[in-house]
Design a binder for this molecule. Structure first.
Ligand SMILES: Cc1cc2nc3c(=O)[nH]c(=O)nc-3n(C[C@H](O)[C@H](O)[C@H](O)COP(=O)(O)O)c2cc1C
Length: 265
C-alpha cells in the first residue's frame, strides 16, 4: 500500500509547531494533506481518516507537558487504527514528558505511532531583552524536519512489519511531571501604541481578549501562549507581570546552549 500524509492536526498559537509539521510533510513529499488546526476550535468527532493516510499530530510543549487546551480540543478524535507521526515543539529548555504524553494520547485514541520527534521553536516568552531560541525553527531545523519526513517515507515503503513504535523508545517519564500552579495573568496593552486593529482579538486561541476593548483580557481564560504579543503589528502587547519576566530571565540565563531535534523512526 502506498501511504500519504492525510492530515496535519496541530495546535500552534505562535506558528512554530505548524511550520515544523509542514516541513515534515514536505519531506514526506505530501502536497494534498488537510490541515485540522485546533488552535482556535475543537476538532470534530465526525472526522474520518482513510487507511492509506498517515496522520501527523503536532503540539507545543507547555511546562514539559501538552497544553490542556489542545488535549481537550482533540479529545474526540479516533484514529481507527491509522498510522500516526507524533511531534512536539519546545523552546530550547526541555520537552520532558510531552512526547510520551502524546504517544499515550495516540494509543488511547486508536492511532498506531510509527515515528516521533521533538523539535525546537522560538520560545513563546522570547523578548528583545531576553531572546530565547529566537528565529527557530531556522533553516537547519527545517532541513532536519524535511529529512525526518523522508525517513518516514522510507520506513513505510520498506514493508517492514515492525512499523509501530514501542512506548519504551519514547523519551519521558510516567507518571508525567505535575502541571505547575497556573499564574492567572494576561499580557498588558500599551494604550499609546494600540490602534485597536483587533489582530490580538483574532489570534487569541481562547478568545480571552475583549473585541470592544482589546486592552481588557480575561486573566482566567488566557493561556499565556504569547500569540497576541508576537502578532501585534504595533508591539503594543507585552507580558509585564514580574513573575513571567523572571521566568524569561531565568530561561535566558539557563538555556543558552542550542538544542537539536530528537527523532525516532
Ligand atoms: C505556557 C508555556 C509553557 C512553556 N513551557 C515550555 C517548556 O516546558 N519547555 C520549553 O522548552 N518550552 C516551553 N514553552 C515554549 C514553547 O514550547 C515553544 O515556544 C513552542 O515553539 C511554541 O509553539 P507554537 O509556536 O506552535 O505556539 C512554553 C510556552 C508556553 C506559552
Amino acid at each position: 500500500m502506498k501511504y500519504t500524509i492525510g492530515e496535519l492536526i496541530y495546535f500552534s498559537p505562535t506558528g512554530t509547531t505548524k511550520r515544523i509539521v509542514e516541513s515534515i510533510a514536505e519531506g514526506f513529499g505530501s502536497t494534498s494533506h488537510r490541515h485540522l488546526d485546533a488552535t482556535f476550535s475543537d476538532i470534530s468527532k465526525n472526522e474520518t481518516f482513510s487507511d492509506n493516510e498517515i496522520c501527523m499530530i503536532g503540539s507545543p510543549v507547555y511546562a514539559g507537558r501538552l497544553p490542556s487546551t489542545f488535549l481537550s480540543r482533540i479529545s474526540h478524535i479516533n484514529g481507527n487504527g491509522r498510522y500516526a507521526v507524533l511531534v512536539v515543539v519546545y523552546g530550547n529548555r526541555d520537552f520532558e514528558d510531552a512526547l510520551v504524553e502524546l504517544f499515550d494520547f495516540a494509543i488511547a485514541h486508536n492511532f498506531k505511532p510509527i515515528a516521533a520527534g521533538a523539535f525546537i521553536g522560538e520560545h513563546s516568552y522570547s523578548t528583545s531583552s531576553f531572546p530565547l531560541s529566537q528565529g527557530r525553527p531556522d533553516s537547519i531545523d527545517s532541513t532536519k524536519a524535511i529529512y525526518f519526513g523522508s525517513r518516514i517515507v522510507a520506513k513505510v515503503s520498506s514493508k517492514n512489519s515492525d512499523m509501530v513504535l514501542m512506548g519504551t523508545t519514547i523519551p519521558g517519564n510516567r507518571p508525567y511531571k505535575p502541571i505547575p500552579a497556573i499564574l492567572n495573568v494576561a499580557p498588558a496593552t500599551d494604550l499609546e501604541l494600540c490602534t485597536n486593529c483587533q489582530t490580538c482579538v483574532s489570534v487569541c486561541p481562547v478568545h480571552a481578549i475583549s473585541a470592544s476593548n482589546p486592552a481588557v483580557s480575561d486573566d482566567n481564560e488566557c493561556i499565556r501562549c504569547s500569540a497576541c504579543i508576537k502578532k501585534c503589528p504595533e508591539t503594543a502587547r507585552s507580558m509585564t507581570d514580574e513573575r513571567i519576566v523572571e521566568i524569561s530571565k531565568r530561561l535566558f540565563n539557563g538555556c543558552k546552549d542550542r538544542k537539536e531535534p530528537v527523532t525516532i523512526v
